[in-house]
Design a protein around this ligand. Structure first.
Ligand code: GLC
Ligand code: MG
Length: 536
């Protein structure tokens, strides 16, 4: 068993990841859309939060059909976000602050405006034809099989010029690259090397589990659990379109590229059940360092379900596989909206006390909520294609709220998405100096996590609870830290035989309790969470 000494751990095991959606962080040039100079301006804020790892969603040239997840040039910067000089400055300023930069890498598909696709579609014998996935029509002239697009409709688009269909798991403006082709692999690995040479510290790989599709193009089976309220994509089980066995070879190759450089990080975006998810650590951990674990985003907010998920995940991790937890991102409703403002504090406590690298979504640290979007303001292609099923991602992508001035200090122009109505109350400036604010609470939790090896890298041990309570112990050689969370809306009592007589509360969602000693009967108010140190 490894000592719980921070120096024995990698930076990405110890630090907290912070996701920036660049369109919405800070707009310097006044076009209503966030940019790289805007992020540079806010680096001190992030550093002062105690966060050292910044992941930025795509900043490459893109027609923005899917807001940057449709890349038309993998080794350049979208002018809307700035120049390559701005990027170099950003990286430099991040490193000067002893921080790290993670870029978003979107290898599964390019934009249809990428020159590779333009070549590929130009003729059947173009050298890049096989860089994308082209198939003849079915005998009736329709699409080659029943594969559906995540964003609705068939995943096949007919191209009249060459009378074949191309595959797109997402928008028709996002044709899938053919990762079975070694030339594609090499071209994309060179993209990674381009950024690694510049000094970026790692990548978050978009839809990693999509990279390889069935070689025989078999139809997907129907999903027996499909109901009309769901996305049409869920009509089928993705048996032949995602999580194919050969994907692991690709991930391993990607990891080898990362390992050509010192101390870089490979994160994979993967939405799969835990047993399949942990496969992405790869044989002997030669896959992704961190296959994103989205259970806290996907599960109902229920103590028993979450407890079971934590224990199952801990049990499923391969030897040497490092856990991680995500509470929110640009594709899912914000935590404060999902569980309510009060419970969001408990959620923060959970995220920052579980074992494994936590990822914080920008704005969650000030308690930002989903912003209602009027029908004529909708930007997200998912909502436009599949309206009315609650699939709009705009609500969680709204501008960061910096202060009480017009447009919350985000822009001097017209923000690309509306701001929360209450931004005058809920913003960084107001919250930074308020003792009871969400931001102050987050900062407290971060400081605590980063100074206590028990929390940062220590062991995890579940503690038996009932009802709405969730409890566990994190420990190092020196310390045991007890965490107890009330995920419910009513008071709870826990009787315990753990020797708490000497346990002192270090942090609490209700700050008045800090310093208090625990008794063997612990009373928790609704939406209350406690972190206590058990003196050994
Ligand atoms: C990922 C991104 C999402 C995007 C999709 C297609 O899931 O997080 O925002 O729409 O991939 O690239
Ligand atoms: Mg701008």
């Amino acid at each position: 068993m490894k000592d719980f000494k921070p120096e024995n751990y990698k930076w990405w095991q110890k630090e907290i990841v912070y996701q920036i959606y660049p369109r919405s962080y800070r707009d310097k040039d006044g076009d209503g859309i966030g940019d790289l100079p805007g992020i540079i301006e806010k680096l001190d804020y992030i550093k002062d939060l105690g966060i050292k790892v910044v992941w930025i969603s795509p900043i490459y040239p893109s027609p923005m059909a899917d807001f940057g997840y449709d890349v038309s040039d993998y080794t350049a910067i979208h002018p809307m976000f700035g120049t390559m000089q701005d990027f170099d400055k950003l990286l430099d300023e991040i490193h000067k602050r002893d921080m790290r930069l993670i870029l978003d890498f979107v290898p599964n598909h390019s934009s249809n405006e990428h020159k590779w696709f333009q070549e590929s579609r130009s003729s059947k014998d173009n050298p890049k034809r096989d860089w994308y996935i082209w198939k003849d029509p079915a005998p009736d002239g329709g699409p080659p099989n029943n594969w559906g697009s995540v964003f609705g409709g068939s995943a096949w688009e007919y191209d009249e010029n060459t009378e074949q269909y191309y595959y797109h798991a997402f928008l028709k403006e996002q044709p899938d690259l053919n990762w079975r082709n070694p030339e594609v692999q090499e071209a994309m690995f060179n993209v990674l090397r381009f950024w690694l040479e510049k000094g970026v510290d790692g990548f978050r790989v978009d839809v990693m589990w999509h990279l390889i599709k069935d070689a025989q193009f078999r139809d997907n089976p129907p999903n027996p659990d499909y109901t009309e309220d769901k996305s049409p994509y869920d009509k089928h089980l993705q048996a032949f379109t995602t999580d194919q066995p050969e994907v692991h070879d690709i991930v391993e190759k990607m990891r080898s590229v990362i390992d050509e450089y010192d101390a870089r990080l490979l994160i994979g975006e993967i939405y799969l059940p835990v047993e399949q998810l942990v496969e992405y650590y790869g044989k002997d951990n030669r896959g992704a360092h961190l296959p994103f674990n989205f259970q806290l985003v996907l599960l109902p907010w229920d103590a028993r379900e979450i407890e079971a998920a934590i224990n199952k995940y801990e049990g499923a991790l391969p030897p040497g596989g490092w856990p991680n937890w995500v509470l929110g991102n640009h594709d899912n409703s914000r935590i404060a909206t999902r569980v309510g403002a009060k419970q969001a504090r408990v959620a923060a406590m959970l995220l920052l006390t579980l074992r494994g690298t936590p990822t914080i979504y920008y704005g969650d640290e000030i308690g930002m909520e989903d912003v209602p979007i009027a029908p004529d303001q909708v930007q997200d292609p998912q909502e436009k294609n599949i309206p009315g099923k609650g699939l709009n991602r705009d609500p969680e992508r709204t501008p960061m709220q910096w202060d009480s001035s017009e447009n919350a200090g985000f822009t001097n122009g017209k923000p690309w998405l509306p701001l929360m109505k209450n931004y005058k109350e809920l913003n960084v400036e107001k919250e930074w100096n308020s003792e009871e604010s969400m931001l102050t609470f987050y900062r407290k939790l971060i400081v605590l996590r980063q100074k206590e090896p028990a929390l940062q890298i220590g062991k995890y041990r579940p503690v038996l609870t009932e009802g709405n309570l969730l409890a566990y112990i994190r420990s190092s050689e020196e310390k045991e830290i007890f965490i107890i969370l009330n995920l419910g809306n009513s008071g709870e009592i826990m009787d315990t035989d753990i020797p708490f007589s000497e346990a002192v509360i270090l942090a609490s969602t209700h700050s008045l309790r800090e310093g208090e000693k625990l008794k063997s009967t612990i009373k928790l108010q609704s939406n209350e969470g406690l972190i206590a140190e058990i003196e050994k």
